[in-house]
Design a protein around this ligand. Structure first.
Ligand code: NAD
Length: 324
């Protein structure tokens, strides 16, 4: 009898990173059950159009519109699964939004996270992989950020929820021997990107001759990471072979640039000068992010494209999606 293949249960499948993860899994012929509540934090059409692409695979992709805060509905799906791995990406993302709408973060990132974790334990997931964030490094002054550095000083609620996820995850791995991997992503960009993020906003405004808001005179230092590299990295991590129940990995490019440099590269690709509206640093913003990638790269042999290559692919997608 043929061996039953593991099913991937992906939360946040209509989101930016979730879409790319599902797409690669489907290309590799895995069965994927994707869930998302398609909330309106940003343009819902973008989420629906990502889903439309995934739904083309009628054999291996199944979508359920579910909120991760609805334990009962989640259980109805997970109870039916035999061998499965969980890739938990659904969350309230964004740093600035957390200053205005803190409750959304408590709801999805704490209660929703716990629901998925508890059900992963109850129905014996083979592996629970989830999205943490470079924001957990908070006030850490030492760069590059190493997985062992202190994360005791998050500077906004979003980061605090991600740090909590890591701590709660650790306790479950220890109590119930559930295999858990926390992945700290560093500023992700690329095709099908999030409209609330800098690269998306800059590209849109430069193309439309509108000014771009540049905080802190462009002196933020960011480790921009291409979404397809992140998605491949998540899938590689889902095959983690070591015996440790709980592991944390940075997934970042490891080559940070100043925001002002990023703007120059974008201007060159778009062949247009940006009109810059300089603004002071925002509350809760980290001045720099920089991943030490040794742990991830030695374990998984991760590969990362250059910022210029990734930006060209993003701009090509942007023009194709919005201008045709
Ligand atoms: N994009 C980045 O730069 C970045 C960096 C670090 C960490 N992360 C983390 O990676 C994950 C994916 O981020 P993304 O950039 O793809 O964001 P995204 O907002 O595009 O995707 C998240 C998806 O989850 C869904 N979702 C949110 N709350 C939900 C709920 N209560 N129930 C069901 N679905 C819900 C949303 O509708 C969305 O489609 C998030 O956990 C985020 O915090 C992202």
């Amino acid at each position: 009898m043929a061996k039953k293949k593991t099913v991937y249960f992906v939360t946040g499948c209509a989101g930016f990173i979730g879409f790319h993860v599902c797409k690669i899994l489907l290309e590799k012929n895995y069965k994927v059950i994707g869930i998302d509540n398609i909330n309106n934090y940003y343009d819902v059409d973008l989420k629906i159009n990502r889903l439309r692409i995934l739904k083309r695979n009628k054999i291996n992709f199944k979508f359920c519109k579910v909120d991760i805060c609805n334990f009962k509905k989640l259980e109805q799906i997970l109870i039916k699964l035999d061998k499965f791995k969980v890739i938990h990406l659904a969350a309230q993302a964004g740093v600035r939004y957390s200053l205005k709408y803190p409750k959304a973060y408590i709801r999805s990132n704490l209660l929703g996270f716990w629901n998925i974790l508890e059900l992963s334990k109850k129905y014996k997931a083979e592996h629970f992989i989830f999205a943490s964030s470079s924001s957990v490094y908070g006030e850490n002054k030492k760069i590059p950020f190493n997985e062992n550095d202190s994360t005791d000083n998050p500077i906004q609620l979003y980061a605090a929820t991600k740090k909590s996820n890591e701590v709660i995850g650790y306790s479950y791995s220890s109590l119930y021997k559930l295999k858990i991997t926390a992945l700290r992503f560093f500023t992700v960009y690329g095709p099908w990107g999030r409209p609330d993020m800098a690269i998306f906003k800059f590209t849109k405004n430069i193309i439309n001759n509108k000014p771009i808001d540049v905080y802190n005179k462009g002196n933020h230092y960011r480790d921009f990471t291409f979404v397809k590299d992140i998605a491949k990295g998540i899938i590689l991590a889902s095959f983690r072979k070591d015996k440790k129940n709980f592991q944390i990995f940075n997934i970042g490019n490891g080559k940070p640039v100043y925001l002002k440099k990023l703007i120059q590269i974008l201007e060159a690709i778009l062949k247009k000068k940006a009109v810059k509206n300089f603004l002071p640093i925002q509350k809760g913003d980290m001045k720099s992010t920089y991943a030490n990638t040794n742990k991830f790269n030695t374990t998984f042999k991760g590969k990362f494209v250059s910022l210029k290559t990734g930006l060209i692919e993003f701009v090509n997608w942007f023009r194709d999606y919005y201008e045709k």
